[in-house]
Design a protein around this ligand. Structure first.
Ligand code: PMV
Length: 289
């Protein structure tokens, strides 16, 4: 029996644009997914397509037990965390001997296969290495982790990542003259943010711009807009959706003093707030119970 855990994430900047080779910045957060894998003669049918695909890729069969601190289908990277923790647990339990880099690549393949070919390496990479990462096409880089305080707001409406990615692809096809400049502008905001990680006020402004551009791209949701506006009105330095959009989660950048007020404002909008920060650790082995 082997138990591994992997963290969720927020997309600080660049979701959707990252699918088209533009830069994306993501940060691992404290809530995690724990996965226990045990050898079994026959593969028990897992109720997650991601887990089934992990076993298929690794060429073994076993049983799985998952405990998650992350809401699913909400932009916090729970499917990537499940995938990464499952692959590392399989590798350990079956003594397969693959390196962390190899497993991170397989994790990206699993996500692509389950999500109809369209998935950047952002979620699986940040869940593997933790901290803050920059993804541009096939290039992955770790960035120095900033000291920032986040309040996540879960709108409690689920989204489909592949559905939202397909919606943007459709807009790009039917209205390239509108979609392409928006994607370019998201890339410009992401690049600009890299000069401001020690300046929370400016970072907050850039988050607000990124949120507006995602709405213009058609991946907003009324409840996400409500939470973003409530967080800003309660004193957040900036707020934006995270991940695919169309529901799921938003997050607010806060000073220490404003965290509880912002969380209260989010909860007052019939949503769930999570006060969290960066997790510098990625996937890790847990003690077997
Ligand atoms: O909603 P999530 O956590 O699956 O994030 C999706 C982010 C996208 O940029 C829309 C897609 C991707 O693969 O990067």
């Amino acid at each position: 029996m082997a138990t591994w855990s992997a963290p969720g994430k927020v997309f600080l900047f660049g979701e959707h644009a990252v699918v088209y080779g533009k830069p994306g910045i993501a940060m691992a957060i404290k809530p995690r997914v724990m996965v226990t894998v045990r050898k079994a003669k026959r593969q028990k049918k897992p109720n997650s397509t991601y887990i089934a695909e992990c076993f298929r890729q690794m060429g073994v069969s076993g049983s799985v037990y998952v405990r998650s601190q992350l809401p699913s289908s909400s932009g916090l990277g729970s499917s990537a965390a499940v995938t990464v923790a499952t692959l590392f647990a399989i590798n350990d339990e079956f003594e397969i001997g693959k390196s962390a880099d190899e497993l991170a690549l397989i994790a990206h393949t699993v996500e692509k296969n389950v999500q109809n070919g369209r998935a950047s390496a952002t979620d699986t990479y940040v869940s593997t290495v933790g901290g803050m990462v920059l993804i541009t096409g096939n290039t992955k880089r770790r960035l120095p982790p900033p000291q920032i305080q986040l309040v996540i707001g879960n709108s409690l409406t689920h989204h489909s990542t592949s559905g939202m990615v397909a919606r943007v692809a459709d807009l790009k096809k039917t209205r390239p003259q509108i979609a392409d400049p928006i994607i370019e502008a998201i890339a410009a905001v992401t690049k600009c943010s890299m000069h401001h990680f020690n300046n929370p006020r400016e970072l907050g402004n850039l988050m607000n711009m990124n949120h507006a551009l995602l709405e213009a791209l058609g991946v907003g949701h009324p409840q996400l807009s409500r939470l973003v506006l409530a967080a800003r009105a309660a004193g957040a330095l900036g707020a934006k959706m995270t991940g695919a959009g169309g529901g799921g989660c938003m997050f607010a950048l806060c000073s220490k003093g404003a965290k509880t007020r912002v969380a209260g404002a989010i909860e007052a909008c019939d949503a769930r707030a999570i006060i969290t920060g960066i997790d510098t650790q990625g996937v890790r082995k847990e003690k077997d119970e």
